[in-house]
Design a protein around this ligand. Sequence first.
Ligand SMILES: Nc1ncnc2c1ncn2[C@@H]1O[C@H](COP(=O)(O)OP(=O)(O)OP(=O)(O)O)[C@@H](O)[C@H]1O
Ligand SMILES: [Mg+2]
Length: 362
Amino acid sequence: MNSLILNKLSLINYKNILSSDFELDSNINCFVGNNGVGKTNVLDSIYHLAMSKSYFHSLSSQTINHNAKFMLIEGDFTKGIKNENIICSLKKGQNKTLKRNGKIYKRFSDHIGLIPLVMISPYDRDLIQEGSSNRRKFTDNVISQTNKTYLTQIIKYQKILFQRNALLKFFKKKQTFDIDILKVYDNQLSELSIPIHNTRLDFFKNFVPVFIKRYNSISQNKETVNISYDSQLNFESLNNLLNNSLEKDRIVQYTSCGIHKDDLIFEIDKFPIKKFGSQGQQKTFLIALKLAQFDYLKTESNSSPILLLDDIFDKLDNNRVKQLIQLVNEDEFGQLFISDTDYNRTEKIISKIDSSYKMFKL
Ligand SMILES: Nc1ncnc2c1ncn2[C@@H]1O[C@H](COP(=O)(O)OP(=O)(O)OP(=O)(O)O)[C@@H](O)[C@H]1O
Ligand SMILES: [Mg+2]
């Protein structure tokens, strides 16, 4: 098992943080301060180094400080016995660059997986509350951190899907139609959908039991939960689906079926958690989901992922906080980053753990 440690983090003009260097503890790091000081921003900058983008928004330009012309995030990691220097930078009006040990990546996707990482944030509630794209993003994020082939396949699928949709719009606009051209895209999508669907099926077969175990240990078996993978391809091939929805697709001018419509069904005591779970149960569900992601990444990547816990102590009852801290106190966890508004509360909880830690006041 490789250890993975972020030793030093340097930020320049990253959102509201103009210039900061953090010499980090190899076990636990806490960022504390009032609302709006930049705690989440610091955690997000670490996410950026691993995933080459923000956890919260897709517009990279938003990461540059309002009054600056560029931003830079630099991290010095140790993975196993190797040092890894990662720099992510962006100049206004230009494309983002990502460097590993001085060498610029041609494709960001080549970087994904080098720094396995899990973020737990209050925004995760979107996974339960909002549309299916959030749940697909979660699925893709977990699988692609350890499966490059899958990552390449979904990028390719998205590209072809985009072209097929553009073609449907073109047909409508020009009042024309050519089934042969459309079929070229249909065949490519169908071909790609098979391995993607199979990878997702396989993934959930392993992932769901791990998730249930995690949930039970935080909630101490108070309720039963389940996740099922819902896909049109569970019942029919994409070729058939596309044929059957051709008329509809021509009218709505987009592709109404395929693996880009997959979803996850989250249940508590056999009912949808969105409607029937309490806030604390929903939060527990999300934390269990992320800890299962942690377990999965750890097994697949053979190194302990970095764990970012944003506002974690909020909204959880004392028992659940205790359980959670006990969990992350076990040897199996790697480096931990925690944010909270309350210095004393955080230090009180963390100092009980038998581990080194550093507190950073922002
Ligand atoms: N591009 C930017 N330039 C300057 N400031 C920015 C930029 N983007 C975000 N901010 C500022 O960053 C601050 C938010 O930081 P962040 O979300 O990290 O706060 P926080 O410490 O996590 O607060 P909370 O306790 O409320 O979660 C806000 O004041 C926001 O205006
Ligand atoms: Mg915050």
